[in-house]
Design a protein around this ligand. Structure first.
Ligand SMILES: Cc1cc2nc3c(=O)[nH]c(=O)nc-3n(C[C@H](O)[C@H](O)[C@H](O)COP(=O)(O)OP(=O)(O)OC[C@H]3O[C@@H](n4cnc5c(N)ncnc54)[C@H](O)[C@@H]3O)c2cc1C
Length: 793
C-alpha cells in the first residue's frame, strides 16, 4: 500500500470504480481505491442492471446518458472487458392522463438535451411489445436508447481501465478510521496499514453513513430493502427472435426485463422496509437478505397481468438487497459540507444507471474545482441540519414508495414536514396558508380562501390555486401584501477585512454604507455559483441573504473565500425572520407604526437601514422581488410574533393581504428577475443571463471575471430572454424546449402565468443568436405554441 496519494476513494462499487476510471482519464496520478471486500461486493453485484435516460432533471438525464454510452461501447472497446450491455430499449406504460403529461414533459427535456423519447399509442406499444396486454392503457413512452448491463462486469471494466492508467486498488482492505491532519491532508487507517491522501472520496454505498461519520459528516441516507424475482425459463420469451424492451408500469410500481430465457420482475412496494438505520454492520458483505415474497407478491401479480406470459415460469430465485435512499432519491455528489478536500459520491438508489455518469461528473468537479453542469439536484450539500434521523427515515420510506411517482411541478411531498416552523406559522395557517417545504422550513405557497381546501391539487395543468394566486397578485398590486420570507439563508460578515472580502466576492462591487447590492459569485469558468443580496449596515458590517436551498452550499462558499481574512462570518439563518411588505400602500402602512421617515426621498430604493417598527428593531431593506414598491423587514426571530401583530393591525386600513411563493414567482417573472438555481446556475455567466448592469469589471479582480468576459466574446455564448407565449394550452413551469422551425434552440428555465400581464411567460436561454424575424415556438406537454421576446413589466 502506498503511504501518500493524491486521492483515496473508499468503496469499490459502480460509483467508486467509475470515479477512478474518470479521474485517471483526466490525467490524475496517485489514485487509489480501497475496498473492504471484492470489487462490487456491496449493492452493485446483485443489481438488476437497468439503465435509462428517463429523468426529470437535465443534469441527471445527462449522467444516465453517459453511463449508457460507456457501457454500450466505450468500456469494452477500451479495456477488452465484456460488460454484456443489452441495447433492448425501454417502455413505460400508463392508464393515467397525469402520467402521460409527465411522459411528455420528459420527452420535451430530451428534445433539448438530444435524447430520443417517443410517445406511443396502445396499438404502437403492442407492435413493439406483443406480449403485453394494452386494452386498458392510454399510452406509453418508448426509450430506444436504454438497455441493461451486467453491473459486475461494468464495474470490473471501469476498474481495469483505471488500473491501466496507473490507479491502484486495494481489495480486502477495510477502512477503520479517518482523520484530517493539521495540514488538511487525510489520514486513512485500514486493517492493512495507513495511507495519507490529499483528497478523500466516500463512495461506500450502503456503508456511506459509517464512512461519513469517520470523516465528520452526517449523511441523510437510509438503506432500503429492494427485491426482484428471477423466473425459470418461459417459452414465450425464450423463443423470441430478439430481446423485448424492458417494460415498467410506473403507476403499478414494477419493472420487468428479459433475463436469459426468462424474466426479472422488480416491484417497489408502497411500504418499503428501512434496514440497519442506525448502522450497517461492517462485516455485512456479499450476502443477500432473506427473500420476503409476501411483501412483493401483489405488485408482481400486477406485472404478470400486464405481461401474462411472465406468469408461466416458476421462481428461480429472489434477490433481496439494500439500496441507499436520500430524502429526494437523488445521489449525493460533490464536496462534503464544511470539510476541505473531502468528497461524496454516494446515496444513489440507481447507482448502475447513474454510476458511469456520476463518476465522470465528480472527477470533472474535482479536477476543475466546479461542477461540469448545474449540480443543484445532486449537490451533496442540498440538505441541512434539519435532516435528522426521523427526517431521513421518513423521506427514504416515502421515496421508496414513490420510486415511480409522478414528478408534478410545484409538488410538495408530505413526509419530513414541519421541521422548521417560524413563529408566524400558526397565525399564517389560520389565514389559509398552504405550506410547502423549503430547506426544512414551512413556507406559505398560497393562501386558500376556502376553509375546505387546505392542499394544492397536483397537475401539470392549472391547479386549484390559480385563481387565488391571481387574487393575491391583484391585491398586492392595488393595496399591500405580506409574505413570510424567513426561509432565506442569511449571513453576517463584519470586521476589518469585511469590505475587502465583499469587494472581491463576485461580479458586483461592495455597496456603500446604507445601500443594498446584488452580487453574483462566479465559478472560475464565469458561471454563477451563488447570488447574494448584500446590505451594508455599517462601514464594516454586511448582511447577506441568499436562496433557502443554498444554505450549506453558500456557507461553504463564503468560508472558502473568507479563508485567512480578518473578519467574522456567521450563518444567522435560524436567528432571523423576514417579512415582505409589498404594494403601493406598503410605505404608508408602515409609516403608521414607524417614527423614522420612510418616504422615498429619505429611504430610497435599495436603501438598507436599522429602524424600529412599533418599537421592534428591524433591518429594513427597500427592495422588491415582485415589481411593486415595498420593504423587507429582517428581524430577530423571537420578535416575529409581536412584529406580525403590529403589521396586521397597521394593515387593517390598507387592505393588507397575504401572498405566497407562487404569487411571488409569477410576479418576479413578469419583472424578468432571474432566480438562482433555475435561471442562474454555474452553466451560464451573469452576462449571458442578461445581468450586465450588475457586473462591474473595470479595475476589479474577482474569480471568474476573465472567463466570463472571454465567453462573451466567443461563439459559445448563450443569451437569456423573457418570452411570452401566445395562447399556450398549458401554463409553462420549467424545462420547455424552444424551437425555431424544427430546430431546438433554447430552453425555458422557469415559467408561469403572469397575472398582471395576463399572459403566459417564461425566461429562456438560447444557445444561438435570435432575431426579431425568427418564428419561435415553445413546446409544453407536447403542444407547440408561438413564442416571442417580450418586455418585462
Ligand atoms: C435488488 C436490487 C436491484 C437493483 N437494481 C438496479 C438497477 O437495475 N439499476 C440501477 O441503476 N441500480 C440498481 N440497484 C441499485 C444499485 O445496486 C446501487 O445503487 C449501486 O450498486 C450503488 O453503488 P455504489 O458504488 O454506490 O455502492 P456499493 O455497490 O454498495 O459499493 C460500496 C462499496 O464500499 C465498500 N465499503 C464499505 N465500507 C467500507 C470500508 N469501511 N472500507 C472499505 N470499503 C468499504 C463495500 O464493500 C462496497 O463494495 C439495485 C439494487 C438492489 C438492491
Amino acid at each position: 500500500m502506498k503511504s501518500h496519494v493524491r486521492v483515496a476513494v473508499i468503496g469499490g462499487g459502480a460509483m467508486g470504480a467509475s470515479l477512478i476510471y474518470h479521474l485517471t482519464q483526466l490525467g490524475w496520478g496517485d489514485v487509489v481505491l480501497i475496498e473492504k471486500n471484492e470489487l462490487t461486493a456491496g449493492s452493485t453485484w446483485h443489481a438488476a442492471g437497468l439503465c435509462t435516460h428517463y429523468a426529470h432533471n437535465i443534469t441527471i438525464m445527462n449522467l444516465r446518458a453517459h453511463s449508457v454510452k460507456l457501457y454500450q461501447s466505450v468500456l469494452a472497446e477500451e479495456t477488452g472487458q465484456a460488460v454484456s450491455f443489452h441495447a433492448c430499449g425501454a417502455l413505460r406504460v400508463t392508464r393515467h392522463q397525469d402520467r402521460l403529461d409527465e411522459f411528455r414533459q420528459v420527452q420535451g427535456i430530451g428534445k433539448f438535451a438530444g435524447f430520443d423519447f417517443h410517445i406511443l399509442s396502445p396499438q404502437e406499444l403492442k407492435e413493439i411489445y406483443p406480449l403485453a396486454r394494452v386494452d386498458d392503457l392510454i399510452g406509453a413512452i418508448y426509450e430506444p436508447l436504454d438497455g441493461h448491463v451486467d453491473p459486475s462486469q461494468a464495474t470490473q471494466a471501469m476498474a481495469k481501465g483505471a488500473r491501466n492508467r496507473g490507479a491502484e486498488i486495494y481489495r480486502h482492505t477495510r477502512v477503520t478510521a479517518i482523520d484530517q491532519k493539521t495540514n488538511g491532508e487525510w489520514l486513512i487507517t485500514t486493517d492493512k496499514g495507513e495511507v495519507t491522501a490529499e483528497h478523500i472520496v466516500n463512495a461506500a454505498g450502503t456503508w456511506c453513513r459509517e464512512i461519513g461519520a469517520m470523516m465528520g459528516v452526517d449523511l441523510p441516507v437510509v438503506p432500503m430493502l429492494h427485491q426482484y424475482i428471477v423466473s425459470d425459463r418461459i417459452d414465450a420469451f425464450a423463443e423470441l427472435d430478439q430481446e423485448l424492451p424492458m417494460i415498467r408500469d410506473p403507476d403499478e410500481s414494477w419493472y420487468l426485463r428479459m433475463e436469459r430465457d426468462g424474466v426479472i420482475i422488480g416491484p417497489y412496494e408502497k411500504q418499503g422496509k428501512p434496514w440497519s438505520i442506525d448502522g450497517v454492520p461492517p462485516e455485512f458483505g456479499m450476502e443477500l437478505l432473506e427473500p420476503d415474497i409476501d411483501a412483493i407478491a401483489d405488485i408482481a401479480g400486477l406485472a404478470m397481468e400486464r405481461v401474462p406470459a411472465a406468469a408461466e415460469g416458476g421462481i428461480k430465485s429472489i434477490v433481496n438487497g439494500p439500496i441507499t435512499f436520500t430524502p429526494d432519491a437523488n445521489p449525493l455528489i460533490g464536496p462534503a459540507f464544511n470539510l476541505r478536500n473531502a468528497w461524496l459520491l454516494t446515496g444513489s438508489s440507481m447507482g448502475i444507471m447513474e454510476g458511469g455518469g456520476a463518476g465522470k461528473f465528480l472527477a470533472e468537479w474535482m479536477d476543475a474545482g466546479e461542477p461540469p453542469m448545474d449540480a443543484l439536484a445532486i449537490d451533496s450539500r442540498r440538505f441541512g441540519g434539519y435532516a435528522d434521523r426521523d427526517y431521513r427515515v421518513d423521506k427514504a420510506v416515502e421515496c421508496f414508495a414513490a420510486q415511480f411517482g409522478i414528478h408534478y411541478p410545484y409538488e410538495e411531498r408530505l413526509a419530513g414536514r414541519n421541521k422548521k416552523l417560524t413563529p408566524a406559522y400558526e397565525l399564517l395557517k389560520s389565514k389559509g396558508a398552504v405550506f410547502g417545504s423549503a430547506y426544512g422550513f414551512e413556507r406559505p405557497n398560497w393562501y386558500s380562501r376556502n376553509p375546505g381546501v387546505t392542499e394544492s391539487s397536483l397537475s401539470f395543468r392549472r391547479a386549484n390555486w390559480f385563481d387565488t394566486v391571481a387574487a393575491e397578485c391583484e391585491n398586492l398590486q392595488q393595496n399591500v401584501g405580506l409574505a413570510d420570507l424567513s426561509v432565506f439563508s442569511k449571513f453576517r460578515v463584519r470586521g476589518k477585512g469585511a469590505v475587502a472580502f465583499i469587494e472581491q466576492l463576485g461580479a458586483n462591487s461592495a455597496p456603500q454604507t446604507g445601500r443594498i447590492g446584488l452580487i453574483h459569485v462566479l465559478a472560475e469558468s464565469g458561471g454563477v455559483m451563488s447570488e447574494f443580496s448584500v446590505s451594508r449596515l455599517a462601514e464594516d458590517e454586511f448582511y447577506l441573504a441568499s436562496a433557502a436551498a443554498a444554505g450549506r452550499h453558500d456557507e461553504d462558499l463564503l468560508r472558502a473565500r473568507a479563508h485567512e481574512l480578518d473578519l467574522q462570518l456567521e450563518n444567522i439563518t435560524d436567528r432571523k425572520g423576514v417579512f415582505g411588505i409589498m404594494g403601493p400602500n406598503a410605505e404608508i402602512m408602515l409609516q403608521q407604526i414607524c417614527d423614522q421617515d420612510l418616504s422615498i426621498a429619505a429611504f430610497p430604493w435599495l436603501g438598507a437601514s436599522r429602524i424600529e417598527i412599533a418599537g421592534i428593531a428591524v433591518e429594513a431593506l427597500r427592495v422588491s422581488y415582485v415589481g411593486e414598491p415595498g420593504f423587507e423587514l429582517h428581524h430577530d426571530i423571537d420578535q416575529q410574533q409581536a412584529l406580525l401583530q403590529h403589521l396586521l393591525q397597521a394593515g387593517e386600513n390598507f387592505e393588507l393581504g397575504f401572498y405566497g411563493a407562487f404569487a411571488m414567482n409569477s410576479m418576479r417573472l413578469e419583472k424578468a428577475y432571474r432566480a438562482w438555481g433555475v435561471d442562474l446556475t454555474t452553466e451560464r455567466t451573469p452576462l449571458e443571463a442578461g445581468l450586465g448592469y450588475l457586473v462591474k469589471t473595470d479595475g476589479r479582480e474577482f474569480i471568474g471575471r476573465d472567463a466570463m468576459l472571454a465567453r462573451q466574446q466567443s461563439e459559445d455564448r448563450w443569451s437569456m430572454e423573457l418570452l411570452e407565449f401566445e395562447e399556450p394550452e398549458f401554463d409553462p413551469f420549467y424545462m420547455h424546449t424552444i424551437f425555431r422551425g424544427d430546430e431546438a434552440i433554447g430552453m425555458v428555465t422557469s415559467g408561469s402565468y403572469g397575472h398582471r400581464l395576463q399572459k403566459a411567460i417564461g425566461l429562456a436561454y438560447f444557445h444561438t443568436p435570435i432575431s426579431s424575424d425568427d418564428e419561435l415556438s415553445v413546446e409544453i406537454l407536447g403542444r407547440k405554441s408561438r413564442a416571442s421576446v417580450t418586455t418585462a413589466l
